[in-house]
Design a protein around this ligand. Sequence first.
Ligand SMILES: [Mg+2]
Length: 395
Amino acid sequence: MRITDIKPLPVWVGNRNQLVVKVETDEGIYGLGESGLSGRELAVIGALQHFREFLVGKDPMQIGRIWQELYRSQYFEGGRVLLAAQSAIDLALYDIAGKALNVPVYQLLGGKQREAIPCFATASGAGPALVEDVKLLMQHGWTVIRTAPMMPDAAGGFVGDSDLFDPRASIPLTAHWLTKVREECGSEIVLGIDYHHRLSIAETASFCQRMPAGTLDFLEEPIRDETPEAYAALRKLTPVPFAVGEEFASKWQFLPYIEQHLTDFARVDICNVGGFTEAMKVAGWAEAHYIDLMPHNPLGPVCTAATLHLAAAVPNFAWLEVRVTPTENLYYGAAGVNEADLLFPVQPRLDGTVFPVPTAPGLGVEIDEERARSQEWRFWEAPHWRRPDGSVTNW
Ligand SMILES: [Mg+2]
């Protein structure tokens, strides 16, 4: 079997783009992958064009060797753009291998360790609406719930869509309402928050110290991750477990976080880290340090399907992120239709709060290419946020 083409399929789905990649072969078997570098898809498509030049004609079953060649063929190794392209190709090659051997992908990773994949939901309401959102999720059986930071507005309410973020205004308000959620919703739920790397070390310490012990079960990316030593410093200021790693592109970026125990959950993103080939290595490394995976999964059904196979195959797994729940649906377009349902006629389906382990050969996801061509990719920028003094902060 030989690779005959690498086709980027950039599509607009619901309220964001997805970059699906199709790898075709001379035997008619094809594979699907997805790239995770949201907002810079054109850069990834450029990398895919470079890779296509030397991948056509290669044996798609030599997945590990192809990974090495993709990573090491350029003098300038690694980086988030190249690894996002590489991830999509790696996922597609595993899809091809699974289909060629007539087995689900998890079977190529050592077989399944569990029958269902537990998930977490996100409640992003502010103030009393957050408490209601958490209660709604609990009514639907959700027990692991992640929340989002809040910002007060001048009228005593909460800022919705705005480009303004003031950490010192957000911290007391968010800490107050998380404490309220814990009081009202009980100690049984697993409660976390994603601060989207908007804080400094000092701000994160203040935030954590404003809540009673036991309020938070995990704190996702309070600060940026370029400097592992910063997390080491933060670790001394709070006992709250950290969840870090969704932006990491390769095992080498996970290395200090795992070896120095700077994260308690590995937020591996299979569409950014380097596909199955790299995610399985990160998983094994994390296992040796008793760190569970809590995969990042904000993309499309190809990412979800791939992550389910990873989740099935590793022993050290916590929860998978899902973004289609009673409190949100990333795939809803302007017409109120779940556009991912139309675009991906075959895809994994949530059963309550878990995904059954997929059973079809390969990844178990199919795209309607004709529809993909009609749902054109759009220029989209992540919000550019500022602090009250006008300086730049992260979205
Ligand atoms: Mg996050």
